[in-house]
Ligand binder design. Structure first.
Ligand SMILES: Cc1cc2nc3c(=O)[nH]c(=O)nc-3n(C[C@H](O)[C@H](O)[C@H](O)COP(=O)(O)O)c2cc1C
Length: 211
């Protein structure tokens, strides 16, 4: 596919490189991520725009391998048991897509993995936002993208994990200490990738300029 001149120019900037090099990475090296680096990446998340500057986000960061695996298995078990029909608004499509990805694209058997949801990444961040904010899902999306691009710019890889929303249904959810006033929107995993997936082709027939 031909790349437009504008896209080529954007690609050569530091920001452009982070945007175009970022991939959903699902295999990680067993290398811990320095806490200061995690904090920097989260700070980039805080710099995202938010409706009425409400900054509704909160971050719950897991770095312990055992803890991550425990959450991963719990979430996978719930997803597999068909908790999808539990009626949590908006979650069904995400889970369906994620389950589809895991099973059909990657051919992964969830039960056979140590960490079926977080791919043995050394860092898992749950992003929550205040419930009383109708713009929170958009704000969280922007915040999440900032985090993932900042991660790429310092040599880290990431993957957004919609499955993370299921954490609320696990028996160990209370270990996160998320208050009732907040809703879990997404998890992001971070680490040093051990794979280099090719970029998925992007549909480019979705623009209409109106004079
Ligand atoms: C809201 C959202 C939820 C996602 N949930 C998952 C998930 O649960 N598991 C997973 O492996 N990938 C998940 N992904 C990653 C997407 O599959 C991935 O971004 C998409 O295939 C495009 O690939 P790319 O990120 O490498 O460009 C999610 C992405 C988004 C934006």
């Amino acid at each position: 596919m031909e790349t437009s001149i504008a896209a080529r120019t954007v690609r050569t900037t530091e920001t452009g490189k982070a945007i175009y090099e970022r991939r959903a990475v699902r295999k990680y090296k067993n290398t811990p991520v320095d806490r200061k680096l995690i904090e920097q990446v989260l700070d980039a998340g805080r710099m995202a725009p938010s409706a009425m500057n409400k900054q509704p986000w909160h971050f719950y960061v897991l770095t312990g391998k055992d803890t991550i695996q425990a959450f991963s298995r719990e979430i996978a078990a719930i997803a597999m048991k068909g908790a999808l029909s539990s009626g949590i608004s908006g979650i069904k499509q995400v889970i369906k897509a994620a389950a589809g990805l895991l099973h059909f694209v990657h051919g992964i058997n969830l039960h056979a993995l140590k960490d079926p949801v977080f791919y043995e990444a050394p860092v898992v961040i749950f992003l929550t936002a205040s419930r009383d904010n109708e713009w929170a899902p958009l704000d969280i999306g922007m915040c999440a993208q900032n985090i993932m691009l900042a991660a790429r710019s310092v040599g880290l890889d990431s993957c957004p994990v919609g499955f993370g929303k299921f954490v609320v249904k696990t028996k160990i959810y209370s270990r996160l200490h998320v208050p009732d006033s907040e809703e879990v929107h997404l998890a992001i995993i971070l680490g040093y990738g051990d794979e280099s997936p090719k970029a998925h082709e992007r549909a480019r027939d979705n623009v209409l300029f109106i004079d």
